[in-house]
Design a protein around this ligand. Sequence first.
Ligand code: NAG
Ligand code: NAG
Length: 415
Amino acid sequence: MRVRLKGDAICTLLLLVALCSLLYSQLEHLVPVGNKEPTQKKPSGTSKIFSDARASWRLMPAEATVPRPPVTPTIRRTEVANKKVQTTTAPPLTDSAFNFKRYLLNKDNRNFNILINQPKKCRKIPGGPFLLIAIKSVVEDFDRREIVRKTWGREGLVNGEQIQRVFLLGTPKNRTVLATWETLVHQESQAYRDILLWDFMDTFFNLTLKEIHFLNWAAEFCHNVKFIFKGDADVFVNVENIVDFLERHDPTEDLFVGDIIYNARPIRVQKSKYYIPETMYGLSIYPAYAGGGGFLLSSRTMRKLSRACREVELFPIDDVFLGMCLQRINLKPVLHEGFKTFGIVKPSAAPHLQTFDPCFYKDLMVVHSLKVAEIWLMWNLLHSPHLSCTQKKQVKKPFQWKKKVQPTTQASPLG
Ligand SMILES: *[C@@H]1O[C@H](CO)[C@@H](O)[C@H](O)[C@H]1NC(C)=O
Ligand SMILES: *[C@@H]1O[C@H](CO)[C@@H](O)[C@H](O)[C@H]1NC(C)=O
């Protein structure tokens, strides 16, 4: 009887151990791989329902292993659906549209001519510009370029520092969408002197080519710049904050700052739009990389990256590709809380703030996914002399926003 009891106890114990290890292995799949929680665009009001949905979403094998990377494409795709009739940067809707075999075969074809250049962009500034703003755009998005030119992308002085701007373009994939595209970009180039156009097809998976060509261009034509901001046209950038931040850094030292994503894993499920086969990337984790909404780099880092990227094999996701270049020069990108490249989440610590509140934006550096009208409106609200943010905020405040009134940023926004 005693022996049987002892046997039962051991059996129960063994079963418990087995159950525990099973639970533990399940849990491992549930915990996000990245160091940061995936940012959600949902307001906090729906967070309860949403978090439940997210829990089951995480259980799906493809998405469970990759917390952050799929967010970018999803945002980009919905943007396309919501705001644009046609776009060349839209990721393909089926994976068959992206031909890995062909990509791998063409991988060595990575040098394309520059069709429209601005060779004097930086040279004409004595001592070089303090900040070069480089914005990824597609030819068809004329309205986005216009609003950026009139708001945060203005050239001139901010806090006494010289700002210059360029747009990075490839040739449109579907040329029938805008038959006049060549005339348009030439006119824009003459009117604003801010167009860089290269002779490769401007597709989502060719953004890596844009990265390489821009870095090479900067190293050749803008070596006297102190810092570079590179980002998308659908972001809001608080240039005053960026200048303030950069003034405390040395351009002759390495600097790479943004919304850094750590420990993201390649998607190995073929059905996913972001499927990357092991033949293309064999490791299980991507190097740390910056979310594509926008990031900052110093002149020194720009030159080092332009050399390093030439030695890295082409990779279809441009953010990750740049992460590989950073890894090659052994440079750790720095995460900054002021970069919200996955959109703003209503701060739970400051529930009185609305998501679209200039008092919230004035502490940030980059916010992703804004409509053209929102960019214009936010810029105006932030530069209104009536703006007062007296209410005590508990939002994490990376640095101080200068209340100083600047003549360049104060002028009427739509000229
Ligand atoms: C290009 O765009 C036009 C007009 O939107 C459309 O009718 C045509 O099917 C597109 N062609 C291709 C190859 O996608
Ligand atoms: C990238 O651009 C080149 C040159 O225009 C083109 O041949 C190629 O198909 C493009 N690749 C992708 C993936 O869109």
